[in-house]
Ligand binder design. Structure first.
Ligand code: AMP
Length: 312
């Protein structure tokens, strides 16, 4: 596994890997083979857990070279957010990366990523004005800008993102489509603890009692899952789903709800309370953000209209 901290070095080692054939087995020089060599990219902020590992595994499965980046991106944090206290553990992260068969780890400093005050930002409009975009102004501009920079540095064929951050997936896909970026995004399923809590680097902030009560998030979404057939058969309205979720979350005295929203995916069009699934063409997601003390947790469930319909 190669560890690099500078952009120039990163470009050099990726170019060398691209000289290798598929699976990195043999040296090839014809342009067709160069094109066949797939670079898979997993961007993260580190403090790696099994959710991140699942992205690396998918990348290992689909790509010849797997590049992991670990960078806590200051421009996606608001002034009162947890940039300084964001958990970091480089040594452990490198162990996880090695275990998952990553080829190249990119660990830039802030100065390497932003050597001068940046005057260029990528802004995806409508998709970012809701959900986490409404609670965290400027957050998605920071995400799209850093991901575009990382794409320019790595030049990946495939990039892997978790559906844990469903809005991020929708926003990044919009950016890639709008700007004709030559990369395919691969959304990957949410990985959960055995008791249902979605894995997140921020879970370490939770006290024992908050951790216990945070289970209401996944429990509320499991209830949605349980009635998904009724949703598909249009016997349930969006308001009924929302109330079911809200009453489950409200059973936790420590939970402070930021939002509970039901939207289409990936268009993120909000649905009206009286609407039923038959009123929309797309899949829907039920998305939540809930604070426990200072820790803001997000979770969601996607109801895939086509897939579920084929089961009923
Ligand atoms: P982060 O380090 O939190 O910025 O996350 C890096 C990537 O890992 C993003 O694409 C996240 O959506 C993804 N990710 C984080 N937690 C999970 C999880 N529990 N399951 C699947 N993917 C995740």
């Amino acid at each position: 596994m190669i560890i690099v901290r500078e952009v120039a070095q990163l470009r050099k080692v990726i170019a060398e890997r691209r000289q290798l054939g598929v699976n990195g087995e043999k040296k090839v020089h014809d342009s067709a083979s160069l094109l066949q060599h797939k670079v898979g990219f997993v961007p993260t902020m580190g403090y790696l857990h099994e959710g991140h590992a699942s992205l690396m595994q998918k990348a290992r499965e689909m790509a010849d070279t797997v590049v992991l980046s670990i960078f806590v991106n200051p421009i996606q944090f608001g002034p009162t957010e947890d940039l300084d206290s964001y958990p970091r553990d480089e040594a452990r992260d490198l162990e996880v990366a090695r275990r998952e068969g990553v080829d190249i780890v990119f660990l830039p400093t802030v100065a390497e990523m932003y050597p001068q005050p940046t005057q260029t930002k990528i802004h995806v409009s409508a998709l970012t004005d809701r959900l986490c975009g409404a609670s965290r102004p400027g957050h998605f501009d920071g995400v799209t800008t850093v991901v575009a920079k990382l794409f320019n540095m790595v030049g990946p064929d495939l990039a892997f993102f978790g559906m844990k951050d469903a809005q991020q997936v929708a926003v990044l896909q919009q950016m890639v489509t709008d700007l004709n970026m030559n990369v395919t995004l691969i959304p990957c399923p949410i990985v959960r603890e055995a008791d249902g809590l979605a894995l997140s680097s921020r879970n370490v902030y939770l006290s024992a009692e908050q951790r216990k009560q945070a289970l209401v998030l996944s429990q509320s979404l499991r209830k949605v899952q349980e009635v998904s057939e009724d949703i598909v058969q249009n016997t349930v309205t969006m308001e009924q789903i929302r109330q079911m979720v809200e009453s489950t979350i409200a059973s936790s005295p420590l939970a402070d709800i930021d939002y509970i929203e039901i939207l289409t995916f990936p268009g993120l069009e909000p649905l009206r309370p009286e609407q039923r699934l038959c009123d929309v063409q797309d899949d829907i997601i039920v998305a939540l953000a809930v604070k426990f003390g200072n820790t803001r947790l997000i979770d969601n469930i996607r109801i895939q209209k086509v897939e579920v319909l084929s089961h009923v």
